[in-house]
Design a protein around this ligand. Structure first.
Ligand code: BTN
Length: 268
């Protein structure tokens, strides 16, 4: 809590209602906030923690990819806690939806989701760009009755870096207004994530999946998975699996090693 512009004391206070006992920690630099939380859990530290890093030197993305962001260009944090939901399915979609709604509540920015949980801006017929990414990992706990320790890692581009992430052009929140302060963006999204996790532990992802279609950028798009399946996006099912309307009928895509790329852009 050393940097006043992060307003971390205020944030900590605002989060105590949903997460009593949560600590907030800020680091100037770390390899990866997800990796650091996982290291701590393996050392027996499984407290609730929101870990924010000014800069990550070895940020990680989904599917074993890197998440590289130049210093100061992105908000990077991980939230870790023991959680014991009725089912884990749909959590990543619910987190993506929560972030899109918190950052763009009126949908004026046009922030949407590329399944399962990338935050994209796709003002068709222009090319899509990536505003944020989410990496969710879980670790077992010594007492299985506590559920699992979940680490929700979030990276949100504040400025538009020169480097490319996963083939999609990155876009920073500065695109929509004055240079965003990382502490204010964190204060915008962290309480919403808190409410999500409290609700998710009781109800699972159903309430969020019911709203997913409103931000689903793949709905009706011609898609191809990395395993060669092709079809039109038909939303997600009650478990958060992507539905593809293929020549062989409706197929569920749920494996995390599948990437989805639009084949072509349709007219708005
Ligand atoms: C993706 O788009 O593939 C997911 C990117 C997730 C990046 C965040 S930044 C904070 C946390 N720490 C990491 O190493 N990764 C996540």
């Amino acid at each position: 809590m050393s940097r006043p512009e992060w307003h971390l004391e205020d944030l900590w206070l605002s989060l105590q209602d949903c997460w009593p006992g949560l600590s907030v920690e800020w680091l100037p630099q770390i390899d990866s906030t997800n990796t650091e939380l996982a290291r701590r859990v393996r050392r027996g530290q499984s407290d609730r923690l929101l870990l924010v890093a000014e800069h990550q030197t070895a940020g990680r993305g989904r599917l074993g990819r890197d998440w590289q962001t130049p210093a100061g260009s992105a908000l990077t944090f991980s939230l870790g806690m023991a959680l014991n939901p009725p089912s884990w399915s749909g959590l990543s979609l619910a987190v993506g939806l929560t972030l899109a709604e918190a950052l763009d509540p009126q949908h004026h920015m046009g922030l949407g989701l590329k399944w399962p949980n990338d935050l994209w801006h796709w003002p068709q017929p222009e090319a899509p760009s990536k505003v944020g990414g989410i990496l969710i990992e879980t670790l077992s706990l010594p007492d299985p009755a506590m559920g699992r320790y979940v680490i929700i890692g979030v990276g949100i581009n504040l400025h538009t870096p020169d480097i490319q992430t996963g083939g999609i052009a990155p876009r920073g929140l500065e695109h929509w207004g004055p240079p965003p302060e990382p502490g204010l963006v964190l204060a915008q999204v962290a309480p919403a994530l808190g409410q999500l996790l409290v609700g998710f532990e009781r109800l699972g992802a159903a309430p969020w999946l019911a709203r997913y279609a409103s931000r689903d950028l793949l709905l009706g798009q011609a898609l191809r998975t990395s395993q060669g399946l092709q079809g039109l996006g038909r939303g997600v099912d009650e478990h958060g699996a992507l539905l593809l309307d293929t020549e062989q009928g409706l197929k569920r895509v749920e494996s995390s090693d599948i990437s989805v790329r639009p084949l072509k852009m349709t007219s708005p």
